[in-house]
Design a protein around this ligand. Structure first.
Ligand code: ADP
Ligand code: ZN
Ligand code: ZN
Length: 729
């Protein structure tokens, strides 16, 4: 009898491929990795079904060459989640599986954790009184006592003893009182739970009550400004999940996963914590992943891709900063970690908590439709008062490199009063443009519809869209003038202005340029947190989740760049930014001030934010989206194409549309050039699809997309589909 299996193989295949299992190999189950031939290569694939008949004749099927796992690596729940995501985001299923696995498992290595050697007490060691050694071998006596109490001593634990205790341990081994044993080492952080959780206030209690690990599905949106005590609610719920022996998955944006947060979890939670993020080595990543899968880890804190991590005994999912755009992958497999985590919690029938100071309009719409329950935290924990927000009208004001006189005065007042000021500008470099003062020539990237950013520190021009760099021109290539001037504001320029205005208080700049070295971001934030740094300026890196208790003034240097963005989400992003940044001010015992520099103080969005806060803004924005027929009122997908020539993407998209199934419920827009048509030497165009309901849109995509690869026009472009796009640029 021929044995066939279906295998999800990396490559452009929507569905798994059929293979034969030769009789010398065991029949692998779903969730097991196998090695398969594909063309002339050999790849690692994931078994999705076995056994099954095949539509292809057996003599056309190729045999797998190896079975890599004894036990399924992925359980049914995780496998079906990955397959669901591959279908929903219309991404090849094999690639989706790859995204979900740590690199070493993708490469076919064994699903085994690192091994550490530990010293273990023997039966004889247990019977021996440490005092009997105390006279001639005091160190051995101490170690024996520790072994009797703790059973094992790991290499990490040895640091807790004076000097290097290895020699003395070796003596104990020779005496037969201890032995060396290899044990799996998942590299977990051992939560000490030495600090008990705080007594929650009434608002926190209401939210915490709604989160009942082990008692069914519930989506709880915790909506509270920074410092209102959201993390305390998570900790309370996680502790209850732990007490029931259940695991918690915590998903945070990359920038939110700080050592500070991990230490806080460690101090509070008496459980083992695995951390999963992109900065880990392959070995560490594999260990953490396996710890989640085997249940060795009680709490898994990870970034986006942790949404797919298998869990042995899941009890609770937490998504912090749920509005954050980085939770949606923007290339390749374009999944939303937030949306998948909510779906996953639903399928697992467990609670999921979404936390934010500025909930996404998607989540607020789900509250409106009764799918999520929202809990607001209005009082700031520890009696911190909300900041006072004021607009600084820049019209006609003299400015010094972007700083108006009122702002300079305000900063001075705060510094003199012992406060800390935080300035925010979402643009690094010295200036976003270099212009010739004689003829108006602009330094433009020749591969993008964009200008070079001038980086004065490095003395270079840099395109932030394609990463191209070039040296600074000595003179204007158009008229020969040497009078080239920076135009516009970047963080380097603000830094210069601050140095001039406050020579006594050196500013610290925090952006991607100043924090390139590993750990430097953390060091700078730590100095800021201690209050050593009085004057800080930076990009959105500064806006997120860090506790800066001494900040009394937050200034937004330029609100105008966010008011007039090309993306339909630009106002939402600006509002979120303003509120997040404002959340840095007035923590702890001091009340804070927020100053926003703008040339458009009457802009309705700014007015709404100042007078009604984010909730009023969000309500108005939702109504606007509804009227304009945009998400979350309607479902959206974006088909993008790009190529070195301008016509190729247009031709492809036209051909694609010509062959698209007709459905009056799905509206089609385009093809039209992307708002930035040329990027990195490629012309970009897109087609937008929208529908009141997800189902018809999904149905159309499922029928339509598999045909696109066969169009002759497809050979000349790169194309991709983005379901629920986070941006439409
Ligand atoms: P968020 O996650 O919303 O930014 P946190 O949970 O980090 O807020 O809380 C901000 C600060 O307030 C922390 O120092 C925290 O320990 C403190 N805090 C939160 N809730 C309480 C409470 N119920 N009682 C006392 N302090 C609290
Ligand atoms: Zn010129
Ligand atoms: Zn460029």
């Amino acid at each position: 009898m021929t044995r066939t299996i279906r295998v999800a193989v990396p490559g452009p295949f929507t569905e798994p491929l059929d293979y034969l299992v030769p009789s010398r190999l065991p029949l692998p189950r779903r969730g097991v990795r196998v090695r398969v031939p594909l063309g002339r290569r050999e790849l690692v694939g994931m078994v999705t079904a076995a056994p099954s008949g095949s539509n292809l004749a057996a003599d056309r099927l190729r045999p797998i060459t190896a079975v890599l796992d004894d036990e399924p690596l992925l359980d049914e729940e995780t496998s079906s989640l990955i397959e669901w995501a591959a279908h929903y985001y219309h991404h090849p299923v094999g690639e989706a599986y790859l995204t979900a696995l740590p690199a070493r498992l993708r490469q076919g290595q064994a699903a085994a954790p690192a091994i550490a050697t530990v010293w273990t007490i023997t039966a004889e060691g247990r019977e021996t009184a440490p005092e009997s050694l105390a006279r001639q071998a005091p160190r051995q006596a101490v170690l024996l006592e520790a072994l009797q109490a703790e059973e094992h001593l790991s290499p990490a634990r040895l640091a807790g003893f004076d000097g290097d205790p290895r020699g003395a341990l070796q003596r104990l081994v020779e005496r037969g009182l201890a032995s060396l044993t290899p044990v799996p080492d998942y590299g977990l952080i051992i939560g000490r739970g030495e600090e008990s959780n705080l007594a929650l206030n009434d608002e926190q209690i209401a939210a915490a009550r709604a989160i009942q690990p082990g008692e069914g599905h519930e989506v709880v949106l915790v909506d509270g400004v920074t410092g209102s005590g959201k993390t305390e609610i998570y900790l309370d719920a996680i502790a209850r999940s732990l007490a029931q022996g259940l695991q918690t998955l915590v998903i945070v944006p990359e920038i939110g996963l700080t050592p500070q947060l991990v230490r806080r979890f460690q101090r509070r939670l008496p459980g083992r914590i695995a951390v999963l993020h992109s900065g880990l080595g392959d070995g560490e990543r594999l260990n953490a992943w396996l710890a989640a899968r085997t249940g060795e880890a009680d709490v898994v804190i990870g970034t986006r891709s942790a949404a797919f991590v298998p869990l042995r005994r899941p009890g609770l999912i937490v998504i912090d900063e749920e509005h954050d755009a980085s939770l949606k992958q923007q290339e390749g497999f374009r999944y939303s970690a937030r949306d998948l985590a909510v779906l996953r919690a639903h399928r697992l029938d467990i609670p999921v908590v979404l936390g934010s100071a500025t909930p996404s309009l998607e989540s607020l719409e789900n509250v409106r439709r009764g799918r999520y329950t929202r809990y607001r935290l209005c009082q700031r924990a520890g009696d911190a008062r909300p900041p006072v927000i004021q607009l600084l009208d820049m019209r006609g004001q003299p400015t010094r490199d972007g700083l108006s006189q009122p702002l300079i005065d305000q900063i001075r007042r705060h510094l003199e009063g012992g406060g800390q000021a935080l300035l925010f500008l979402n643009r690094r470099g010295f200036s976003p443009t270099l212009i010739c003062h004689e003829c108006g020539w602009l330094a433009e990237c020749d591969r993008c519809d964009a200008r070079y950013t001038y980086h004065r520190g490095r003395g270079r021009l840099h395109c932030h869209h394609c990463d191209r760099e070039r040296s600074l021109p000595h003179h204007c290539p158009s008229c020969g003038s040497v009078d080239l001037r920076p135009l516009g504001l970047g963080t380097e320029r603000i830094e210069t202005a601050l140095q001039a205005a406050f020579p006594e208080t050196p500013p610290v700049r925090i952006d991607r340029d100043s924090t390139r070295r590993r750990g430097s971001f953390e060091r700078q934030m730590e100095a800021a947190r201690r209050g050593d740094t009085r004057l800080l300026l930076g990009t959105q890196m500064l806006a997120k989740g860090h506790h800066l208790p001494a900040v009394t003034l937050v200034a937004i240097i330029d609100a105008d760049q966010g008011l007039f963005g090309a993306d339909f989400r630009a106002p939402e992003r600006l509002a979120q930014l303003v509120v997040q940044v404002a959340g840095r001010a007035g923590r702890a015992e001091r009340s804070g001030e927020v100053a926003i520099q703008t040339h458009h103080p009457e802009h309705p969005l700014l007015q709404m934010l100042i007078h009604g806060g984010y909730p009023a803004f969000a309500e108005a924005a939702l109504a606007e989206r509804e009227a304009a027929g945009l998400p979350p009122a309607r479902a959206m997908a974006l088909l993008r194409a790009e190529a070195p020539s301008r016509e190729a993407p247009q031709a492809f998209l036209k051909a694609a549309l010509a062959g698209a199934p007709r459905d009056p419920r799905v509206e089609r827009l385009g093809p039209y050039p992307a708002p930035m048509e040329r990027r990195a030497g490629r012309y970009r165009a897109q087609v937008m699809l929208q529908s009141d309901l997800r189902a018809p849109l999904q149905h159309l995509l499922t029928q339509w997309l598999p045909r696109l690869g066969r169009l002759p026009e497809a050979r000349r472009v790169r194309w991709s589909i983005d379901v629920d796009p986070a941006e439409t640029l």
